[in-house]
Design a protein around this ligand. Sequence first.
Ligand code: ADP
Ligand code: MG
Length: 645
Amino acid sequence: MEPASDKIYDTLKRYWGFTAFRPVQEQIIRAALEGRDTLALMPTGGGKSLTYQVPTLAREGLCIVVTPLIALMKDQVDHLRARAIPAVAIHSGLSPRQIDIALDNCVYGDVKFLYVAPERLATEAFRLRVVRMNVSLIAVDEAHCISQWGYDFRPSYLRIAELREKLPGVPVLALTASATKLVADDIMRHLKFTEPHILRSSFARPNLSYSVRRTDDKNGQLLRLVHNVPGSGIVYMRTREGTEQTADFLRQEGIPAAAYHGGLGHAERSLRQEEWLSGKVRVMVATNAFGMGIDKPDVRFVVHYAMCDSLESYYQEAGRAGRDGQRAYALLLAASDDSDRIARRFEQEFPPLDKVKDIYESVCSYLQVGIGDGGEASFLFNIHDFCAREHLYSGTVLSALKLLQQNGYMTLTDAQDNPARVMFCVSRDELYKLRVQRDELDHFIRTLLRLYNGVFTEFRPIDEGELATWSGYTVERVKELLKRLWQLRVIRYIPSNRSPILFLNEERLPRTDLYIAPETYQRRQQLMRERFEQMVAYAANDSECRGAVLERYFGEDDPAPCGVCDVCLARKRAAKAAGASGTPEAEAAALRETILRRLAQSPADPRQLAADTACTPERLAEAVRELLGNGKIATGKDGLLEIIP
Ligand code: ADP
Ligand code: MG
């Protein structure tokens, strides 16, 4: 038989229709086939999924993929199934029976990919089945979650080491887009690598021009960019109201724009997204709820109205521009008081320990879980509803939940589309009596029972559309009938919704037994601060190539200047002006021009100017004196030089 390593190009072509691997993909795939443990570091969108999918398809056996995001898990499973590749996912949004069926298919069926949420690894259903599966590879997506030095630490990831023990000889492929050296070492240690092995691809984006504008007129700057750069774009804002206001502003200026945020209904969100994808809406003004899993190659610009919490988020969001390789722009708008404001919000978001415990108790009460109950159970958890009811700020609640998660008490999944669920709260006999009495509902109940057996014992996911098809009613009517049955206390009915799921790893503890390790608490606070400081430094920098700053952040030792960011461009212009010398008089004039152009972007101090224009302090001082003298520039109240309009 042909060795699997010769088949990888065929596999790539056959299932995806691609003819070439991207840089480093092939190396990673070959390492997996050779049975080498590997840590693959690639930017988001770089093509990490193929690196475990191709080797698995090129040979016998099944690949277990550990990944924390349910939405992405579903995307991947759909994507594979669309290519006729059998794949299943198990996560906290499924019923125990659905999980059993999926796991049995992995033991007896021809499943090639089993996606598992990390908190599922510890459950008995999984542990008993996994040893009977023919596993060829363990892929660990978002592998940085295993490190306590990473911001997204999830204790359940540490369980992967036990999984390895159960599956001796099966190689592991760890994938991440963000790992400092410390985190990378941690990943390899916790995943029990036989020897260290890292393959990384570059984080450089040669066609993406990064820039920063310090301005108190963000709308004006945005408008300038939108007028100068044709094509579609994204504007990221911090708040939901902000997205609506800015979208309004753009529309008033005649630019087709829409707002997108988590407060919109599901249908509204997909409609707006569709309109943006098709180009009908040119600019999407969104919170960071927008963009994950969206594949639009020709985004020409991404503008940030505010700093992100970290450079990772910034790189990822800005990086949605220019996927097609054509020139694109990533602009960060910073106001003078931005960092102070965010620092204050940061303090507010980090709750004191007592508050964390309060929130634990409120959440359990909200979910109606008593002390000693709720172990390994999952609940739909609408955080906005919870915050509104308890009068809490969502940032505080999220921080508290993260801390509880890091201490192993619970897992909060990402928001996902949850199907409607139904369970009967009467017995079959009682139901029979009722059906005789109310025959208008009889037909409907019969359809319900025919389609979904098991509704007497547990909440079953149902599909209102399917019920409509089989009963002959419209979807609206089906929903009404379900509500009727609910009012009659015949069923319990949870309409379809979009919300995260909260999984309780352990039963609810009395408050006194709840222990938040001080290390995790302080470490989290510290990491949050450090990450934010890096973001502030990015915005404040005026002298170093922005692409290089980002590459260094992602672990490149000696990055080359990108040549297309605002810093690189200013430097090139300055060099050109200096080169087109001729007389000393012409040279001085060119330098004054360069300074004016530079100050038109944002005020600067003389040190920054010297760096940006690449000239000696003496020549710069002379040019600045000249410009101050003839009233072209002035010293602003914060001591920075600025243009006089
Ligand atoms: P990541 O997990 O690294 O964020 P994905 O695996 O989701 O990235 O891949 C991002 C996109 O790149 C997908 O649309 C995928 O089809 C595409 N892609 C990956 N590898 C290749 C390749 N060799 N040729 C063309 N497109 C590819
Ligand atoms: Mg991925």
